[in-house]
Design a protein around this ligand. Structure first.
Ligand code: SF4
Ligand code: SF4
Length: 472
């Protein structure tokens, strides 16, 4: 018996007994949470579509140009030299997700994840509009290929393809920058065939995900979903069925008008299966927390509607922890949560400090490998270096020059003494540092070199200077 009850764990919600794909036809959700989720999705979709086209101080608001290794986050440009900031941000992100998941389960999946938002709030709603609700969709899938089915399938394919193409364009704007995307569009796609091919590949991937793969992304592919087992505990708040109330002593039972369920020992669940029918991942939440559940709240809304109809209190399925259901205990800030929060606060403080200390110009001056020093006339020792200056701003830096700060000596550039570092670009070259040996303190000296724009010191760099041992 116990084994029978647990057999839902033997396979995932989208695989049938023959091991084949069980296509899910969820009922169209409706209710308080669904309305809230719609508003949240409108805001997030607007953000997602606009973020690559908004500029802050001339920088794209969000850009992840992996190919050229340039990133803009909230309008701040980041270069490969800022990799340490990227690593700390990633660690903060992971801890934040862990903290959030320990406390609130998969709430992110249901309310904020782009996959759920596109699937449930864009593609699924178009599907409801074209194919109708659950019953009509099941009928349509079973009926032979007639004019109605061909028309509906073709319409869906075209609309899904157009939206996938749109998403692929936005995705590309994040990847190569919106300015370049607009430039490519105005030039005409045939001028940029390789980009067009990439765009069509992205479109095909999005189409595949939203038209066919669907909820399996959350169940099979998403690593965050797989982590739930280790992150959740009895105190985590998740979408949960109140089995105490729903089952009582003698279990759930179909509703009969006028029957005194409490006296018969039956719980409040009237076994109407509406929570199962509405679930986009095809599970029965009454079996408990399962890896498929994306906390989309559709079953809460559906069960509340049923409870209202049969005059029972709402909240049989609700946001609750196992402890809340079992022991009626309230949410507690556990030591585990406190630990995560402390680490999160410390790391966020470090990141903010590093962001403030971060230079807009990065200078690297390195001795030319394999070169020693040159002993010139008048006891002058010369070392040769390569320099690389990165300008992280959106403005050119003019009249750049180097000055020796730690020693009396001269710096000679191979080309011009003054040069320009282009906006969001770099300047590199070779320079010689010449110091009179009497000013040196040994065979290895540490130099401090100032980088100036006009008279303004914009960055300092250090470098080693070699001198002959016998001249000490
Ligand atoms: S919707 Fe509510 S009453 Fe109906 S089966 Fe689900 S839990 Fe039971
Ligand atoms: S069980 Fe409920 S919350 Fe979880 S995915 Fe299904 S409908 Fe959404």
């Amino acid at each position: 018996m116990a084994q029978d009850q647990d057999n839902f764990r033997d396979s995932i919600g989208t695989i049938n007994e023959d091991g084949k794909r069980a296509w899910i036809y969820p009922k169209k959700p409706s209710g308080k949470f669904y309305e809230y989720r719609k508003y949240v999705s409108y805001v997030l979709l607007a953000f997602l579509f606009l973020a690559p086209f908004v500029k802050v101080n001339g920088n794209q608001f969000l850009m992840f140009n992996v190919l050229e290794r340039r990133f803009n986050i909230f309008g701040f440009p980041f270069w490969p030299q800022d990799f340490h900031l990227f690593v700390i941000s990633m660690i903060i992100g992971v801890i934040f997700i862990a903290l959030f998941t320990v406390a609130f389960g998969r709430i992110f999946c249901g309310w904020m994840c782009p996959q759920t938002i596109f699937m449930e709030m864009v593609f699924r709603r178009i599907e409801f509009w074209i194919d109708g609700d659950r019953g009509a969709q099941i009928r349509l899938s079973k009926q032979p290929w007639n004019a109605e089915k061909i028309r509906k399938r073709a319409l869906k394919l075209i609309i899904f393809f157009i939206i996938s193409f749109l998403i692929a364009n936005v995705f590309l704007a994040y990847l190569i920058g919106s300015d370049r995307l607009i430039e490519y569009i105005t030039d005409g796609p045939l001028q940029h065939v390789s980009t067009l091919v990439s765009l069509l590949i992205f479109t095909a991937v999005f189409y595949f995900v939203f038209a066919w793969f669907r909820e399996q992304v959350c169940i099979i592919a998403c690593p965050y979903g797989r982590m739930q087992g280790v992150l959740l505990d009895n105190k985590s708040i998740v979408v949960a069925y109140d089995h105490k109330r729903g089952e009582a002593e003698n279990g759930r039972k179909k509703f009969r008008k006028g029957e005194d369920r409490a006296a018969l020992g039956h719980g409040d669940c009237i076994d109407c299966f509406q929570c199962v029918n509405v679930c986009p991942t095809g599970i029965d939440i009454r079996n408990g927390t399962q890896l498929e559940c994306v906390n989309c709240t559709a079953c809460i809304d559906e069960c509340d509607t049923i409870m209202e109809k049969v005059n029972l209190p709402k909240g049989l399925i609700r946001y609750a922890s196992e402890d809340n259901i079992e022991k009626k205990s309230k949410f507690k800030f556990t030591p585990r949560l406190k630990g995560y929060t402390a680490v999160l606060v410390i790391l966020t403080g470090i990141l903010i400090g590093m962001l403030f200390l971060r230079n807009e110009v990065e200078a690297n001056i390195l001795r030319l490998p394999g070169q020693l020093y040159e002993h010139k006339e008048d006891n002058i020792i010369s070392n040769v270096y390569t320099y690389k200056l990165v300008n992280k701003t959106t403005k050119d830096i003019p009249d750049v020059s180097f000055k020796l700060m730690s020693h009396k000596g001269t710096i000679n550039l191979v080309r011009h003494q003054l040069f320009k570092v282009p906006a969001q670009g770099l300047a590199e070259g070779t320079l010689f540092v010449e110091i009179n040996n009497s000013a040196l303190e040994g065979d290895k000296n540490k130099l401090s070199i100032g980088v100036y724009s006009g008279d303004k010191l914009i960055e300092t760099a250090t470098a080693r200077f070699l001198a002959p041992r016998s001249y000490k």
